[in-house]
Design a protein around this ligand. Sequence first.
Ligand code: SF4
Ligand code: SF4
Length: 299
Amino acid sequence: MLFNLQRYSTHDGPGIRTVVFLKGCSLACRWCQNPESRSRAREVLYDARLCLDGCQLCEQCVPHAIQRVNSRITIDRHAISERDLDRLETCCPTGALSVCGSALDLDEVMGTVLRDLPFYQRTGGGITLSGGEPFMQPEACAELLQRSHHHQIHTAVESCLHVPWHNIEPSLEFLDLLLADLKHVNANSFKQWTDGSAKRVMDNFRRLAAHGVNMTIRVPLIPDFNADEMSIRTITDFAADDLGAKEIHFLPYHTLGINKYRLLDMPYLAADKPLDNPELLDFAQQYARGKGLTALLRG
Ligand code: SF4
Ligand code: SF4
């Protein structure tokens, strides 16, 4: 399942890249700014600001699950079937209602990726698989990377590494760069904020390091979770001492995706303001450089 395909990206690895966003993630990070990426299933997004007064098209399409109430519609998401989603995909004239997710067609994806081959060659770019969590779809992941290598296209994967090792391994021989999240090394904090296991992520990191995989470690800095000196120290120590990492990126918390929670009728459970702590960002970079790492801030 795919939820976006983005050409000309310059933020997801070196050069100009095509980013393939695969749907589905095994974590539930409270601060996730792509909540539409988490479920493997297709989902309805509804933006009441774009809804037309008096329009009943979607209600007529799926009357058992959608009803107009005054100036907006209400959606019973549990009552919507796959066939309903097919109908809803093309029914809204304004984009107020949209369906996120489509079946992954590898030929189609590669067709789009290959269109920008000259840009990759000129800039050192390539393909990046992102998500969600790409390794949740291990066969598709390995095949896209393999096909890209066949065309001498640089390959990268953005991953939270919260998957079984056997989901990762088949991709390794076709992978040039792994951009992997190291959110925390404290098991309790990790569990509390992501519903996941820090041990699973750290074990995967160790195995990847033992395989000599080219990795950039990324640390999202989240208020009340890991945006403090002690957490930054322990995360950076693990990256430098246990993994022998060379490069670490710190990503200050932002709130650009909060509105999507409203569109999905989901509660948002993290801070409602971006991280504003220049001293801490400075500390993070200085500490990492002191450990021999190349340290960068990323947006
Ligand atoms: S790992 Fe990424 S995609 Fe998955 S829930 Fe966390 S922030 Fe969202
Ligand atoms: S089809 Fe679109 S504009 Fe019309 S009621 Fe539904 S969401 Fe609103």
